[in-house]
Design a protein around this ligand. Structure first.
Ligand SMILES: Cc1ncc(COP(=O)(O)O)c(C=O)c1O
Length: 446
């Protein structure tokens, strides 16, 4: 019998028929007049629903939300107010790594220098000095020529993913995702009503042979991949596979969304070439972010994409947020221009490297024969326990012991895998890592 997960509201998705599977064909869009009539009837039913003496709207939300209940990680945040709780759940940078004083000084400087432009409405295409410094930065750091491509500042890479979906996918399109993968972007893909198909991966990232088989079978519109220190597994796609994955995309004609927020958080080994650097056909869209290396609160990321596709993303952005806040772009611009970014990254790497090492060592002490990849960078460790350990059910016991993690099931497009969990090490001290892992061990032993 299939066990019910304990935390049912966490990003759980009720099974719903895929448009192309349910009737064999994609849904036919309704004629606008029919839609208007239906909406009129729907709106009428929005009023007059009496609950406890109060009129409550009975709002019929969009079908795209059917079965979507919100991110598991956001739900876990509610436990963080418990005194003494140790959280391995989020993906937050360490408070010690957030350059608050530096940002305050920079914000003052840039406002005094260019305040009238920064405080005015800006261009959707980005704050011009930032677009200039960012372009030079990605050419130098990512080795990209940007021939045929453009660059668009976005409000975090989350917004970049949303804009890409807005520009590229239709309801019912198949999108291949690593299995497991980042649940935030899976949620975005689901809101765009795509059909998610998981690509098997091993310790070196997604398996090209499996990818090719699935591409043949499903004719995907896009592959979503996190090549460096993947969220949740911490694994890195090896260089040869990167080349193969781009080759397969060219052969079967799908777009690759390369989501790369962790690249600069490398603790051991050499940087690997981006998938984008193998791309000669404009099929790879690169999504970058300054969230993990400066501040997630600034919400500054970027998209690099073939110019025609990027133009569609830019038009989409006009209706999303008009532009990314200019002050935040100006702050990141100053980090790049004043050579503060590389210095700042250098200064945080030893701290994270040590936390990563400590958590990897402590992980080995857990019961359940944990299988995990020791990551070369990033912020996460992911483990698969012996099948009898249901880490989704054990979550409540862990909460009682005042420690939280994310059950791994939420990262799999088809759920299951209840014997897995994801742990974040960047937001805890070494003592908290020792203590938190001991608490998880004790919850597992009882
Ligand atoms: C793989 C991945 N992509 C994107 C994001 C979101 O990044 P941003 O803050 O730039 O929106 C995260 C955050 O945890 C992530 O892990």
């Amino acid at each position: 019998m299939k066990r019910q997960p304990v935390i049912q509201s966490f990003g759980a998705r009720r099974p719903q028929p895929h448009p192309q599977q349910s009737g064999g064909t994609a849904p036919t869009p309704a004629h606008p007049s029919t839609t208007r009539k239906a909406n009129h009837q729907k709106n009428q039913s929005c009023f007059g629903f009496r609950k406890g003496g109060i009129f409550t709207a009975n709002i019929q939300t969009a079908k795209r939300f059917d079965g979507i209940t919100g991110s598991a990680i956001r739900e876990i945040f509610k436990y963080l107010t418990t005194p003494g709780i140790i959280s391995f759940a989020g993906g937050n940078p360490s408070p010690d790594a957030l350059p608050d004083t530096l940002c305050a000084d920079i914000a003052r400087d840039v406002l005094l220098q260019d305040g009238k432009r920064i405080l005015q409405y800006g261009a959707t295409e980005g704050y011009p000095p930032f677009v200039e410094s960012l372009t030079a930065y990605v050419k130098k750091h990512l080795g990209l020529t940007l021939e045929g491509d453009g660059i668009l500042p976005t409000t975090g890479s989350t917004s970049g993913m949303d804009l890409l979906c807005k520009a590229l996918v239709d309801p019912g399109d198949t999108v291949l995702v690593e299995s497991p993968t980042f649940l935030g972007n899976m949620q975005t893909l689901r809101l765009y009503q795509t059909h998610l198909v998981g690509v098997p991966s091993d310790g070196e990232g997604i398996i090209p042979e499996a990818l090719e088989e699935l591409a043949k079978e499903h004719h995907p519109k896009m592959l979503y991949v996190i090549p460096n220190f993947q969220n949740p597994t911490g694994r890195t796609l090896n260089a040869e596979r990167r080349r193969r994955v781009v080759e397969i995309a060219g052969k079967y004609g799908f777009i690759i969304a390369e989501d790369d927020p962790y690249r600069d958080l490398r603790y051991t080994g050499e940087h690997l070439p981006t998938l984008k650097s193998f791309d000669t056909q404009g099929l790879v869209v690169y999504m970058g972010s300054f969230s993990k290396v400066i501040s997630p609160g600034l919400r500054v990321g970027y998209l690099i994409a073939e110019k025609g596709l990027l133009r569609k993303c830019t038009i989409g952005k006009q209706g999303t947020d008009l532009h990314t806040p200019s002050l935040n772009q100006a702050i990141v611009d100053a980090f790049i221009r004043r050579d503060l970014l590389d210095q700042h990254i250098e200064s945080i790497l030893p701290l994270y490297a040590e936390e990563c090492r400590r958590m990897s060592e402590d992980m080995a002490t857990l019961p359940g024969n944990p299988q995990y990849t020791v990551p070369e960078g990033g912020l996460f460790l992911f483990a698969e326990m012996a099948p009898e350990y249901n880490m989704t059910e054990l979550f409540q016991k862990a909460v009682e012991k005042k420690v939280v993690y994310v059950p791994g099931t939420y990262f799999y497009p088809d759920g299951g895998h209840h014997n897995t969990l994801r742990l974040n090490f960047s937001n805890s001290t070494l003592e908290q890592i020792d203590d938190g892992l001991a608490r998880i061990g004790s919850a597992m032993r009882k």
